[in-house]
Design a protein. Sequence first.
Length: 283
Amino acid sequence: MMELKTARLLGLLGLLLLLLPVLAPARELAGVGLLLHAAAAGAAADGKAPPSTAPAQKFVLEPLPYGYGALEPVISSQIMQLHHDFHEGVEYVGTLNAVLGPLAGTGTATLPDLVGLVGRGGLPPDQELVVRNFGGGHWNHQLFWKVMAPPGSANTSRNNISPSLAAAISGGFGSVDEMLSRFKLLADGHFGSGWAWLCAAADGGLRLLDTANQDNPLMGVVLKDPCVPILGIDVWEHAYYLKYGPKKPDYTQAWLRLINWAQVSANYDAARRGDLAAIGAAF
Ligand SMILES: [Fe+2]
């Protein structure tokens, strides 16, 4: 417990150092205000309902949908606690609230709105990297927790693959096994920190790709047209190193046993109706 507290304190110190360049008061207030208005304008331009006048909400670390040890033996309880509480909670959500939280009430942009604007000219340059790295990190991890389930549990059965998702996988890759084989190759071959994704394009077709750091296929820095992630594996070393060491392929092989096919099917349906908040972080 002391080690965890120490790690959190060190993390907070690191966080403050990271935030120094973006916490210049006057510029930040103007920048984030612009950011929130830009997000609202971007949403309206996309044909979505105009933003309400309700106060913006701070970013929230949702609890895991299961206990820290629920994914044992594939992912250890220690990894899950550090990963969720520290990396997502302290680093990503903590930074978002430190930067954007003081501006709550100036706009109603949600995290999916902001993340989708990265690389599309809708964010002030001095704020874009915060949204890209920490906003992406929060959205990605909320998806990650939900697309996993305890090994051997009902939701990991392929019987839960919906007819619509099964048709899309068959049409794009021939079979689930072939899709997963390519997905694993991308994850194993990714250089450095990042993610491998299965995403749904606007026409419902599926794509596989990997991204660096906390980028994802919603961002304009990754793809010209967004592709909505429905399945993603975190291949940052913090996701596996304490248990697997340098043997990343062993982690990715074991991880395939955790895929929550009921959730991935629900994600595909949500992607088709454009409901990004139902897939990753909502705020
Ligand atoms: Fe992670």
